[in-house]
Structure formats: C-alpha cells, structure tokens
Write a protein that binds this ligand. Sequence first.
Ligand code: GCW
Length: 680
Amino acid sequence: AEDGYRLWLRYNTIDNVSLLQQYRQQVTSINCPSDDARLVSANQELQTGLSGLLGKKIPLQTAVINGTVMLALPTHLPFIRKQIGDTAMARLGDEGFIIRTIKYEGKNITLITANKQAGLLYGAFHFLRLLQTQQSIRQLSISSTPKIKLRLLNHWDNLNRTVERGYAGNSIWDWQRLPGYIDQRYLDYARANASIGINGTVLTNVNANAVILTADWLQKVAALANAFRPYNLKVYLTARFSAPVEIGNLKTADPLDPAVRKWWKDKTDEIYKYIPDFGGFLVKANSEGQPGPQNYNRTHADGANMLAEAVAPHDGIVMWRAFVYSSETPEDRFKQAYNEFKPLDGQFKKNVLVQVKNGPIDFQPREPFHPLFGAMPQTPLMMEYQLTQEYLGFATHLVYLAPLFKEVLNADTHSKNENSPVAQIVDGTTDEHTLTGMAGVSNIGSDINWTGHPFGQANWYTLGRLAWDNTLTPAQIANEWIRQTFTNKQAFVDTVQQLMLASREIQVNYMTPLGLHHIMGYGHHYGPAPWYNKAPRADWNPVYFHKADSIGIGFNRTATGSNALAQYQPAVRQQFENMGTCPEAFLLWFHHVPWDYKMHSGKTLWETLCDKYYSGVDSVRWMQRSWDHLKNYIDTERFNQIKQLLAIQEQEAVWWRNACLLYFQTFSNKPIPEKYEKPD
Ligand code: GCW
C-alpha cells in the first residue's frame, strides 16, 4: 500500500550497480552550517533521500570531505558569494537556487546555495530528483528560479470533510482533531508540495460558508500553517463575501459601507494574529449563487479592493475569481466573464490577482484559451487549472493533463504583438507584472495513494513543475515523474511516457471530439448525456452547448451567432471564425457545421465524428495492451490497480462513443460506417 503513498518521493536504493557506485563516491556526507527551521527540513530530506537512494547512511557532519553536499546560504559562509558572484546570486530572488560542483578547501563537493532558506529547500529537492531520475551529478552547474510567484493548490474541501468534486476519498484536513493532532500526512503533503515548488495552499472550498473565519477554526488553520511553514508552504483561505452578515452580525456586506470595511480589517488583523504569514484570500463572488459585491450594485473591483486593503498591511494578496455567470441565462455563457471583468482593468489594487480558468466555459477536456488572457494588461491574471478530473472521468480514467495545460500556455493571444502566448501573460513577461500566479484545483484526498488513480499524482506533479518552469514540455515532466514514481527501467519509461502523452487526446476523442463540450451528465458530471435538457438553467444543459439539429452540430460563436469570437484579438478571431481555417479540434466550439461538411481529409463531418469516437475507444484498448506488457517492472499492487481502472475506462469509452453517436445520429440520419463494430 505504501507504494502509492510515497508519491514521487520513494528514494528506493538505485538498482543500477555501476551508477550506485559512482553516486556513492560523489555523495558521502551532508554539511549544513545552520539550524534555521527550513534548513532543517531541507537537510532532513537530504539525509532521508540520499540514505535511501544510496542504500547507506549519509551522515550530517561538520567536516568537509570529498563528496560532501553542502547546503548553505552566503550569510553562513561568505566564500559562497565570491564563488558564485553577485549578479548570479541576485538573479535567484527569494526562492531560486544554485547547485554547483566545486572545489572547497581542496575537496570536491556539491554546493547547494540560495539567498533564502526556501531556495535551499527547493535546491535540495532538485538535487534528490537528479539522483532519482539517474542523471549525472559529476559537473553540476544549475541555476533555477521560479517563473511564477504564487504556485498554489486550491482545495475545494468542506469543513465536514467532504470534497466538492473530489474523487480520492475525504478531505485530508482532519478538522475535528486539529489543532492538537498533527497527522504525519500533513507533513508528507507539505514535503510533496515543496518537492515540486508549490508554495501555497488554499485550504477551503470556494463555495464554503464563513465559519472557517471564526476563532475556533482559525486556531486549527494556524496549526496547519505551523506544520507547513518549514516547507515554505503558505496557507490561504476562501473568504465568503457575506461573512460580515453571517458571522459578524452586520446588516449588509456592501463593500463600500465603512462598517463592513472595518469588519474585514479587524477580521484580517485577527487572522494574522493566529497566522503571521497568512497568504491572503481567494474569493468566488457572484457566481453560481455565491454572494458578492453585485448584490449591492458594486463591482468586482469594489469587492476585491476592500479585501485587498485589509490584507495589504500584512503583505497579503487577494485572488478574485473570474469564473462568473449569473442566473439570468445569457445567450452565451462563454462571454460573461470577459464582459464583466474587461471593463474593470486598471481598477484593481496592486495586491489583487484575477484568477481565470484556462478556458471560457468550465474545465472541459478541451477548451480554447480564455479570452480574458491578454485582455486585461493592467491586471495580473492568475491561471486556474483543475487537477481533479471533474469532467475527465474522475479518478477512474487515466488522463495526463500536461498536454492540456501546455496547449493553453502555448496559445498565442496576439494581445501585444505576434508572440504573446498565454504563458507570458500569466508569468508577467508580456505586461510586466511581478505578482504572478498559477493554481490547480486539488485532486488530493484521504485515499492511501492521495489521488485515487495512481496517475492522478502526475497531474499534481505537473502543476508544481509547470508553475516553476513553464518551458518544460509534457514529455520532460512525464519522464521525470515516471522515473521517480515507478522505475528508471527504460522500456517501462518509454511505454508509459507514450501512453501518458497520448492519453488526453484519446479522451477528447471518446468524449468530446472536434470541439464538442459540456455534454456530460447533469449534476454529477460523469458519463455522457448529450440529450439532457431539464436542468434548472438552460446553460447547464448539454443541448445548449452542442445544438445538434437536422442541419448540423456545434455552437455558432461567429458574428452570425453569439459573436463570442469578438472577445479575441483579430488574429485569433480570424483563424477561428472561418470554418476552413478553424483548427478541427475547435470546430464545434465556434461553428454550427452541416453534417455533410467536407473536412480537410475529404471526409464529411459525420464520418469524421464517427472516426474520432471509434479511434478513442481503440486507443484505450491500445493503452490496455501497452500496460499489460509492464507487469514485471513494478509492484503488483499498482500494476493491478491501473489494469482494473483501464478496463473500466475502456467500458466507459464505449459508453461515451455509443451514447453520443446514437444520439447524434437521430439528427444526422446517417449510418455509422460498416467497418465499425455496432454500437448498442
Ligand atoms: O465546475 C464547476 C463545478 C462546481 C465548482 C465551480 C467553480 C466549486 O461544477 O462544483 O464549484 O465550477 O469553479 O466555482
């Protein structure tokens, strides 16, 4: 069971004998001239990690010998600044690190250094990763700094330990036994996050009530913050907008009311008494029934700025979500966030980020990039991804999300010039922001293996690695994750990497090919229900999104339709608005396309839709066959778990294919090509 629990931090002894011998010469001891708390966690991790990997105790010792790994700040040892140089040190900022092979007092050592303890921690984990992935550590010269400042998990965890859209058990926050009982799991959670550079966590659901902001609960939050602090992991909370009414006895939560502003100021000061390094607030307002400033005819900026003022004296920040849509059904839900937020650009205080989901609807298997990216140059826009697979088969389907995340980051917004990809909007390059952020809605729960599906761990891993370095490719991230999580055996690594890289497109094919979206079961969001039209709101109904009729299928968002495309820059718009130039992957996002429409391949839309759904199912079978070959490479437990999950995924891919094709066929009135097995 512990195979899953240990995530990518297994530290099993290296099974390649000659490499093990080399490493044993290159790493003999640890030297750590400081007793600061973070340094202690970094050096503890090095001791456990290196001792495990090298299969012998790597001691902490004061003498420097050949093979010492020295973990030190220039303030501890002045020679470091001379060795590295002022500019190189300055470039590291607060969290970056340097790892270098150097000669020190005649000895060959590995120096891990940084400006702050946080950097040492990240450097230590990076060094361990090099050994875990069996890289050469002979002549190291690494300098690394994070591209994004706030690298966060968003938990949608409720105080009763249910997790909204959580598929890996209960919440890992055991509120009942906090603050007195610190579960080892909290420390392992913090270690795992630190190992991939995640430096903050929002503990509570964006849909939560205000109870978490009361004194008893803040003590519990403080206990978690204390446990996480040695791992440079800051705690944030969601702030329910109506808290002043719900727990403060005020009559209003109007953000311009002086009593309300004072209430938030006092509440915030109280929070900082418990948690001096509290990160700040995440807010969902005026969305899906949540209260917000619009209830008082105020804007999102009024609401965000009130909170921003309260946290500013403590260096806190506010993350204000742009995932909004109101109860009156708009003609196109796609457009609402942009319509509400774009006009507010320039009105937010300096310590506010607007947190935008990667796409305009809602974490679908494929969405075009959100049109707000590039549209609010004066406002830091934080990326919100979803790790928990709400619309991607929960913790049952194997879907590696790095290709999805990167597709969005690579998309060119054309907002400033030819080359303003989403990545550079988010990391602040395009519009020169230093406050930057990337968040992932957590997929973590109380399951032994944390994420339910063993491959869900890869998505957590990806978030951290991509937020640290958005230039990493899905292949690089998969490769290092596989090596650490399973084994370095090349055949296993190659097969699994291939499978992971293909998995997202495979899922798009059996669920929502060619730009279909939001056709899943109502409410639970699992399985297909393209026919459904009874939801309490029109824009929750699959039929609202696919619009299949006797003529064709897809949502016309061009000028003759909802004109959502007008929200993009001309270069983006032009590509999408023309059926001929619109990438097929996005076709039905933007066009209502006739069933007989000729695709680039020469086949009709209907035939292509059939091909996609059938190829999705076939590819899941390919994943199963590939996996079956890997039995002898890893532990039976995880091998079997994944085998069983793939079998369910195959059945459900068939379910999606058959349900969608048979339903759409009632409009297309065309046969499913003979060559395919019959859907039933
Ligand atoms: O995807 C939808 C989910 C809701 C969620 C909402 C949001 C937390 O179905 O469960 O609420 O998004 O992101 O606010």
